[in-house]
Write a protein that binds this ligand. Structure first.
Ligand SMILES: [Zn+2]
Length: 322
């Protein structure tokens, strides 16, 4: 199985080879939820800036998350579009943490159209850090599906380090030899982040490369959270990397989106089997399934259930209740 980072890398090679950069008028860059890719050519570094306001508020509105659960979920909500920045067409990237700690499940997914969704399940409020105290003994799984019926790539790393950004940077750096810096910040209603990744080059002057990487990292550390939340991305990048030959690509909009549907929910009922579905219907007059990502509710009565197991495509005319 190819690793997730290797796939991200090969896709990004294609992206940068084929896409011409251009600068956008700063007046039109004010949209709240966006992803901005950039490249520092001489320093051989690629970067991505992500800002999520409305999307993050949509996720927060669906559960009463304690503050420290909010923080790690907010970080993951930003990390996914940062890492998925080079997936094209119908692909999607899922980051999942599963463990035995106070937060026992965290799932965040982003698709190629900029749609993002995420949720966490918690037993008690965790501390702010480290990850071992938040998730317990846990792994972080990064899964990439490149399109419909396409291969699935997976990378796994132990949930270790102070913050999510540390575990994910370690993953890229240690397993994939891709020096990576991630900055993830979130507050109530605002989340943002930055990713820098060193581009491999042949016959590189190693000492100069190391110097450039170190210098670019120090520059990134001068960025305040408030600037990541509020400052125009292009202005911010120009200010921070003023000495570099910065190329900024067109900003892409991001938004909250859940991929659930009545058909997919019917698939869950099919998965449980006819006997079990009928058993539930004996106790209750209908089967109700609520999507944890978006809170939409699907209701199936006995006629719907019979239709599902007959392979009937019309699953009753009950619509999704939000
Ligand atoms: Zn949903």
């Amino acid at each position: 199985m190819a690793s997730a980072a290797a796939v991200l890398w090969s896709i990004s090679q294609q992206f940068y080879a084929k896409t011409q950069p251009f600068f956008k008028n700063t007046q039109t860059m004010q949209s709240d939820d966006s992803r901005t890719r950039f490249i520092l050519e001489k320093a051989n570094v690629r970067g991505v800036l992500v800002r999520l306001n409305e999307t993050w508020r949509e996720v927060l509105a669906r559960a009463d998350y304690p503050g420290n659960v909010q923080q790690v979920l907010g970080h993951a909500m930003v990390a996914v579009p940062l890492m998925a920045s080079n997936i094209k067409f119908t692909g999607k990237l899922t980051l999942q943490a599963k463990g035995t700690g106070p937060v026992n499940l965290l799932v965040v997914q982003g698709n190629a159209d900029g749609g993002q969704r995420g949720l966490a399940r918690w037993k008690s409020e965790p501390p702010l850090k480290p990850l071992e105290k938040i998730f317990g003994d846990a792994t972080l799984t990064i899964q990439i599906e490149t399109g419909k019926d396409a291969e699935v790539y997976q990378g796994v790393v132990q949930a270790q380090g102070e913050y999510l950004q540390d575990a994910l940077a370690d993953y890229f750096e240690n397993s994939e030899q891709l020096p990576t810096k991630l900055v993830l910040v979130c507050a109530e209603g605002q989340a943002a982040g930055l990713m820098l990744q060193q581009l491999p080059v042949e016959d590189a002057d190693t000492a100069r490369r190391d110097d450039d990487w170190h210098r670019v990292n120090l520059l990134a550390e001068t960025i305040e959270s408030d600037e990541l939340y509020n400052k125009d991305p292009l202005q911010l990048l120009r200010q921070v990397f003023a000495e570099d030959d910065l190329r900024v690509f067109d900003a892409e909009p991001l938004h909250f989106q859940c991929g659930c549907s009545r058909e997919r929910t019917a698939g869950l009922i099919q998965g449980m089997g006819y006997e079990e579905a009928i058993d539930i219907l004996k106790d209750q007059s209908q089967i109700e399934i609520t999507c944890e990502f978006c809170s939409s509710k699907n209701v199936f009565d006995s006629i719907d259930v019979e239709a599902i197991f007959r392979g009937d495509s019309s699953l009753g005319d009950e619509t999704v209740v939000h």
